[in-house]
Design a binder for this molecule. Structure first.
Ligand code: BES
Ligand code: MN
Ligand code: ZN
Length: 498
């Protein structure tokens, strides 16, 4: 899809379709009023007939609007003007995108970017429109033998900004929106691919593919033998039960100054989590193919920053493995030694995410990081605590936590902080090793983060538990591409500060 920005009167736009917002009840937006005036009250007449109330998601496609240069006008309901917010904006953008794709037009001009949303400027509205439009057109049909192709799909979309002075901000919004959208698409594709295709080796190949298009990126893959040499006994205890070899994928992007400390992103890449010997129940176990969505979000963020040629040093680290039961698999009660030297009693083989992350987090030290953020579908408890709207956020450095929480608000890909108090640490006490890998029923998301915190003492660190936000269940089952927008915002802001 091609995007560009435009500013100017709607009645003068030559286009297959103009998209105009209508508020409840039957209230035209500013662009709508202009168009209405030029057409001699044509739209007002339609509204008076009662064909369009303005409720969120309502649409009305009209042809032959007099005295205009466009073939059609698509009116879209935006709800009450006073209540117009990011959620309603996204609903409207989503519906017009799918509607336009189903009509005969291949190009359109959207005036939804002109609508006022509290606290959001033209740059943001353009960026989010690009992101939401791309997201709305996403389909995952690469594994279907026949697909229904849209006959005349939408190919080109112009987004309006109210003044000429905002054109360059709009252009920046398009570039950054497209980069975020490309990152989200990759994250969704990787997430949606089944475990028999998206293996640790597949993820490693993905990193090599990324490298091909990015000069400033170097990629190295650590094999199990390399991990053994480094003493990554914890990570290897998870892959012990799998016939697919584990990979530690390192993507090193150097867009910043030579000596600048990098931001390190670490993504959990369990390509299928059966629970191992502590086998999960059968219901919905297929969804554990999404247990590499943390890794996918790191690939997504790396995609976005390479596309933008961002002036920042960023390292992406992905420990990738399956978690399966086998004669050689790790058993409850087994004790393993992590790269840090700390020993771990594996009381539950289904708490495998922390076992692979701890060694990747120790490995991250070698990059002398400015900050480390890990992203993981780590605990079912996080889904219970926060549901699907916010990722869990835990950190050993409150300025970093606040920075991430703010980036979540800006990108509307939100996270919410939970406490990482010392009092919770004792839940990880073990009679036989330095720590256990589980902390009991209470505060499962926090004790998981407590476990990780024992490996992140030498740098500023934050943990995002994305178990609730990374994929949708039910009829809409599929990866969401989150938290690529949050991570990209974080990296954009860090680059801007330099
Ligand atoms: N990948 C799961 C977490 C998960 C479960 C995410 C369900 C989304 C939905 C993780 O590896 C896991 O199994 N965690 C256990 C930890 C427990 C054994 C302490 C969990 O949450 O039940
Ligand atoms: Mn598990
Ligand atoms: Zn898992």
């Amino acid at each position: 899809m091609e995007f560009n920005v435009t500013s100017g009167n709607p009645e003068k736009q030559r286009s297959g379709c103009l998209v105009i917002g209508v508020f409840e009840a039957r209230k035209l937006s500013a662009a709508g009023k202009e168009l209405d005036k030029a057409s001699g009250g044509f739209l007002t007449t339609l509204l008076h007939r009662g064909d369009m109330e303005g409720r969120v998601g309502q649409t009305l496609l009209v042809h032959n609007v007099p005295k205009t240069q466009c073939d059609r006008v698509l009116l879209v309901g935006c709800g009450k003007e006073r209540e117009f917010d990011v959620n309603n904006y996204r609903k409207a953008v989503n519906i017009i995108t799918r509607t336009l794709n189903d009509t005969g037009t291949t190009d359109a001009v959207s005036y939804l970017t002109d609508l006022d949303i509290k606290g959001r400027d033209s740059y943001w509205k353009v960026r989010d429109h690009v992101q939401t439009t791309t997201d709305a057109l996403y389909v995952f049909d690469q594994l279907k033998s026949s697909t229904d192709k849209v006959r005349r799909p939408l190919k080109k979309m112009s987004l309006s900004v109210p003044t000429k002075g905002e054109l360059s901000a709009g252009e920046q919004g398009i570039a950054e929106g497209q980069a975020i959208a490309a990152g989200m698409k990759l994250a969704k594709d990787l997430g949606n691919l089944p475990g028999n295709i998206c293996t640790p080796t597949y993820l490693a190949d993905q990193a090599k593919t990324l490298k091909k298009h990015a000069r400033k990126l170097s990629v190295s893959i650590l094999e199990e033998a390399d991990m053994k040499k480094l003493g990554m006994g914890s990570l290897l205890s998870v892959s012990a039960g799998s016939r697919q070899p584990a990979k530690l994928i390192v993507m090193d992007y150097r867009g910043g100054k030579k000596g600048d400390k990098p931001v390190v992103l670490v993504g959990k890449g369990v390509t299928f989590d059966s629970g191992g010997i502590s086998l999960k129940p059968g219901a919905a176990m297929d969804e554990m193919k999404f247990d590499m969505c943390g890794a996918a979000s790191v690939f997504g963020a790396m995609t976005a920053i390479t596309q933008l040629d961002l002036a920042l040093n960023v390292v992406g680290i992905v420990p990738a493995t399956e978690n399966l039961p086998d004669g050689l698999a790790t058993k409850p009660g087994d004790i393993v030694t992590s790269m840090s030297g700390q020993t771990i009693e594996v009381l539950n083989t289904d708490a495998e995410g922390r076992l692979i992350l701890c060694d990747a987090l120790t490995y991250a030290e070698k990059f002398n990081p400015a900050a480390v953020v890990d992203i993981a579908t780590l605990t079912g408890a996080c889904v219970i605590a926060l549901g699907k709207h916010a990722a869990g956020l835990l950190s050993n450095h409150s300025p970093l936590a606040h920075e991430l929480q703010k980036c979540g608000t800006v990108s509307h890909d939100r996270c919410w902080e939970m406490p990482l108090w010392d009092e919770y640490q004792q839940q990880l006490d073990s009679n036989f090793a330095d720590m256990a890998n589980i902390g009991g029923r209470e505060a499962g998301t926090i004790t998981a983060a407590c476990f990780l915190s024992r490996f992140t003492k030498n740098y500023h660190w934050a943990h995002l538990d994305i178990a609730g936000v990374a994929w949708n269940q039910g009829k809409e089952k599929g990866a969401t591409g989150r938290p690529v927008p949050l991570l990209t915002q974080f990296l954009l802001d860090r680059a801007a500060k330099k």
